[in-house]
Ligand binder design. Sequence first.
Ligand SMILES: O=C(O)c1cc(=O)[nH]c(=O)n1[C@@H]1O[C@H](COP(=O)(O)O)[C@@H](O)[C@H]1O
Length: 234
Amino acid sequence: MACHRSQPRIYVALDTADEGRVRDLLAVLDPSLCGVKIGKEAFTALGPRAVEWARERGFPVFLDLKFHDIPNTVAQACRAAADLDVALVNVHASGGRRMLEAAREAIAPGADTPALIAVTVLTSMEDADLVEIGVSDGAEAQVERLARLTADMGLDGVVCSAREAAAMRALFPGESGLVVTPGVRPAGSARDDQRRVVTPAEALANGATSLVIGRPVTAAAEPGKTLEAIVAEL
Ligand SMILES: O=C(O)c1cc(=O)[nH]c(=O)n1[C@@H]1O[C@H](COP(=O)(O)O)[C@@H](O)[C@H]1O
């Protein structure tokens, strides 16, 4: 697998629609300690400007729009995302083989293109949620199935819970393999709507290559200091 841009160990999720809040967080977080994730909430409200603000402050950006559509639409969206000069882009693995192939063709592997990863099973879902959508053999099996397909199609890695990270690292090994894990909660933090949660240190020990952390940092009284404390414990 070709090299891609190096990835930060932590992406802080800037999940807000408020421009002032995004700018405040970018001002107090340290770009030498983390990248930032711009997701559906911030991007829908603020657009590509939010990516520019983060890039200007020196943060690597994970553009988390989880594309999931017909292959042509996903390919065009991936091209548009790559034009924003971000470090990481994602799609939903459940979009299937041809969609993943189209995404890979749109963002060729390389040092100047974003890394491309696929979401397996959302960390907010547990086995009972999967049964309701026709998956009866549990989250672990579904993550494995979707990750194999993602690896077959030549993507750079997956988004999954750190509970599954060790098996994922075997499928995406080495410097270029990415196992990106949200659902990370420092001991004692609220679980919120997440279900398959793990602490930051456990996530790295399990083989996660980058952690996505949102509310435990952004909802803290002092996000900058909270991030520093998390980094100090890794
Ligand atoms: O792709 C993601 O980043 C993602 C995948 C997933 O399975 N679970 C998940 O929580 N996320 C994102 O990771 C972030 C987690 O935020 P917190 O729960 O506040 O730490 C949110 O921005 C989610 O959109």
